[in-house]
Design a protein around this ligand. Structure first.
Ligand SMILES: Cc1cc2nc3c(=O)[nH]c(=O)nc-3n(C[C@H](O)[C@H](O)[C@H](O)COP(=O)(O)OP(=O)(O)OC[C@H]3O[C@@H](n4cnc5c(N)ncnc54)[C@H](O)[C@@H]3O)c2cc1C
Ligand code: SF4
Length: 358
């Protein structure tokens, strides 16, 4: 195990300050973190022990029926809180079905949400794992992957989230409050729109909507008008690049429901939503269509996509005659063949980085 600092702050504010040092990690009960450290899977330079901070151990039952759960509440304490178990039996049951009694007595709910994946390759420092070492590849894809994700995976990682607690929390539309050096959490507009989970609004559509409206207030106002059948607002949304009837109907259906509007209101109280960044019009890749394939070694696929889009390119998942560039890393397969078939220019990752730096 590597050498590390150990600090025991007296308050949440002190903990946040201590954890802003590079390589710092919070230590709650350590049932996940310490195992990872012993296995040399993670090597924090500093452990910020928050396990004694009583301000994070409260379960608050609010008058409107909501419950606010401190990050350091133990899994067993929450599952056995009588009012909580009565009002949210699915969550209590999920907590009690996880791990063992000893672990549930020690483990915290914050640690449960933030525990790392159980992918065996992640735990084996000799294996290639993008999650442990970005750019190292994903040995699970061609290895023993029968317990990996069927839905929601990416080419970079097919691991699942190991938390039993997360599943009912998502079903009950729970909101996570996060506090950091900049106060409440900031989130990009397109990520916030995507996270609402509207049908037919995937990452690309969310980005198109974010860029079309520029700010949360403008987008929110338009959605409410669209839901109320305002023809001008509908026409305005329809005029946006990549947005059509299916998305408009889905946005209208989502914002027509009281329940969803309530969720949006609660979420917007917890996060600061950043305005969308306008894509650059005069970069070397503006208006070009790019496909990434194979393993990227200097950036994650998400970073590559975000950079390309910020520079005005369109990122596509398939290669056609209209594709301008295919950026191919090790392990590239059928998309590379398609590029050769259609005569599309193929770039290595370094050539791509050189192109966008111009
Ligand atoms: C043998 C075994 C079986 C298990 N089985 C199950 C199971 O069936 N179902 C299930 O859901 N889970 C299971 N777990 C996982 C267990 O629930 C987690 O290890 C536990 O919840 C983590 O809580 P902790 O307080 O020990 O977190 P720690 O190990 O202290 O921290 C975990 C991670 O969260 C971060 N962290 C913790 N608290 C905070 C905070 N307040 N703010 C920011 N970051 C924080 C830490 O930095 C670390 O990265 C199992 C674990 C073991 C060891
Ligand atoms: S699925 Fe791949 S990238 Fe994800 S944790 Fe496992 S080995 Fe790592």
């Amino acid at each position: 195990m590597n050498r590390f600092d150990y600090v025991k702050p007296a308050s949440v504010a002190e903990a946040i300050a201590a954890a802003s040092a590079p390589g710092a990690a919070y230590l709650a009960s350590g049932t996940n973190l310490l195992d990872l450290m012993k296995g040399n899977v993670v090597r924090p330079a500093r452990l910020v022990d928050i396990s004694h901070l009583t301000e994070l151990t409260r379960i608050e039952h609010r008058e409107n029926g909501d419950v606010r759960i401190g990050a350091l509440v133990r899994n067993a304490d929450l599952a056995c809180d009588q009012s909580f178990a009565r009002d949210f039996p699915a969550i209590a049951e999920a907590l009690l079905s996880g791990a063992s009694a000893q672990l549930r007595n020690a483990a915290t709910v914050g640690g449960n949400l933030l525990q790392r994946t159980r992918c065996a390759y992640f735990y084996d420092p000799a294996s290639g794992c993008n999650k442990r070492t970005p750019g190292a590849g994903c040995d699970a894809r061609e290895g023993d992957n029968h317990q990996h994700a069927v839905l929601g995976w990416s080419e970079a990682c097919i691991a699942t989230n190991p938390s039993d607690f997360c599943v009912p929390l998502a079903a009950f539309d729970a909101v996570v409050e996060i506090e950091g050096p900049a106060g409440r959490r900031e989130i990009a507009l397109e990520r916030f729109i995507y996270a609402l989970g509207m049908r037919h609004v995937g990452e690309t559509t969310a980005l198109a909507l974010a860029r079309g409206y520029g700010s949360w207030d403008a987008f929110h106002e338009a959605c409410l008008k669209v839901a109320a059948g305002d023809e001008e607002a509908i026409a305005e949304m329809d005029a946006l690049d990549q947005i059509g009837d299916t998305v408009i109907k889905s946005v209208a259906a989502y914002f027509a429901e009281d329940h969803n509007r309530g969720i949006v209101e609660r979420l917007t109280q917890e996060v600061k939503i950043l305005d969308a960044e306008k894509p650059k019009r005069h970069s070397p890749i503006a208006t070009k269509t790019v496909v990434f394939t194979g393993t990227l070694e200097k950036m994650t696929r998400d970073e590559a996509k975000a950079t390309a889009e910020r520079l005005g390119a369109k990122v596509s998942g398939s290669v056609s005659k209209k594709t301008d560039y295919v950026v191919a890393g090790p392990g590239a397969g059928s998309k590379l063949k398609d590029a050769q078939k259609h005569g599309v220019q193929v770039l290595t990752e370094d050539e791509w980085l050189q192109l966008i730096a111009e």
